[in-house]
Design a protein around this ligand. Structure first.
Ligand code: AMP
Length: 307
């Protein structure tokens, strides 16, 4: 039984008010794989061009990420994304999206991935996400999906088809508003859960994340950090921690999803401390444990109400 992850693998160029990166390794699938492989082996589905460094693929393999489902198109270029963050480091503008290999990507789910118990559909072309679901002979125990405003603008019809097939949808607050047409996040959540997913996670950057299910809601704070270097990939890393924890514990209850959200938040708080995937490559089990403990301390209090 395994965790299958599908998502973009990319080159990114990032500008923040405090610095600028050259073309560095990024992609939703890359961040998810680096993060989730701390908790469980990963079977990856993606596509890269001939320009993607072999050393990067080798580094993922060494982490326990199976790349049999990653196609290498030797004569084409890897997906490229560029973004600029505003002063608040919470909002950003996309400066450039060059789909390159993603434009005609036809995923092929290898036979060895058919034991998929948990499926993480990271940000990618909705038609590709749907194709992965349809190629799996047995429905996974839990399908989690991430997406972004870009796909709401260029592929809404396909996006709604995928959303209807998943158990958990992850979006940020502005995407939840865009998808539902509702300003209130509670109303947005109700509208989105009617589209298919039984669970909805709304990420609010430095303000944490909300988990909705039926009429229940759980809030996880984000750790107040002295310095945020680069928020890119925080959402994907959050997703990797969430699904990594669920896949490791094999427990899909609401209570365990609450823990998974804390794990995701802890991992995301590491991600933003350096540019790109740099920080995720450094941390180990002890660091993760320590950071999760900081989260517990952050919200732990005794309260005695007057009789
Ligand atoms: P996040 O900061 O978690 O929203 O994710 C940022 C990552 O998403 C970057 O590394 C990009 O390469 C990747 N990305 C940006 N736009 C897209 C897109 N349209 N499709 C797939 N991946 C994307």
């Amino acid at each position: 039984m395994s965790l299958v992850v599908c998502g973009s693998m990319a080159f990114d160029a990032i500008e923040t008010p405090f610095g600028k990166s050259d073309k560095i390794i990024g992609g939703a699938g890359t961040y998810i794989a680096w993060c989730a492989s701390n908790f469980t082996p990963v079977k990856q589905i993606s596509v890269v061009g001939g320009d993607f460094p072999q050393a990067e693929l080798d580094a993922l393999t060494a982490r326990g990420v199976n790349l049999e489902g990653v196609q290498i198109k030797h004569d084409e270029k890897t997906f490229f994304w560029s973004g600029r963050y505003h002063m608040d480091m919470n909002t950003r503008d996309t400066l450039d999206t060059q789909l390159n290999v993603l434009a005609n990507f036809q995923p092929v789910v290898p036979e060895s991935y058919q034991d998929c118990e948990f499926l993480m559909l990271g940000n990618l072309v909705p038609a590709v996400q749907l194709s992965v679901i349809e190629q799996l002979k047995n429905r996974p125990k839990l399908i989690v999906m991430d997406t972004m405003n870009f796909w709401m603008e260029v592929a809404m019809e396909d996006l709604l088809k995928v959303i209807a097939r998943v158990d958990v949808l992850l979006v940020n607050d502005s995407e939840a508003r865009q998808l539902s047409g509702e300003y209130s996040l509670v109303k947005a959540a109700q509208a989105i859960m009617k589209m298919g997913p039984k669970y909805l996670i709304i990420k609010k950057g430095e303000h944490g994340a909300l988990l909705f299910h039926e009429n229940k809601v759980f809030h996880a704070a984000a750790l107040p950090l002295e310095e945020v270097f680069d928020p890119t990939g925080a959402g994907d890393t959050f997703a990797g921690g969430f699904i990594g924890h669920i896949a490791r514990t094999k427990d899909i209850s609401f209570d365990n999803m609450k823990t998974a959200i804390i794990v995701g938040s802890a991992m995301a708080s590491y991600c933003v401390e350096k540019f790109g995937t740099a920080r995720l490559r450094e941390i180990n089990a002890a660091d993760i444990h320590a950071r999760i403990n900081e989260f517990v301390q952050l919200v732990n209090f005794d309260i005695r109400l007057a009789e």
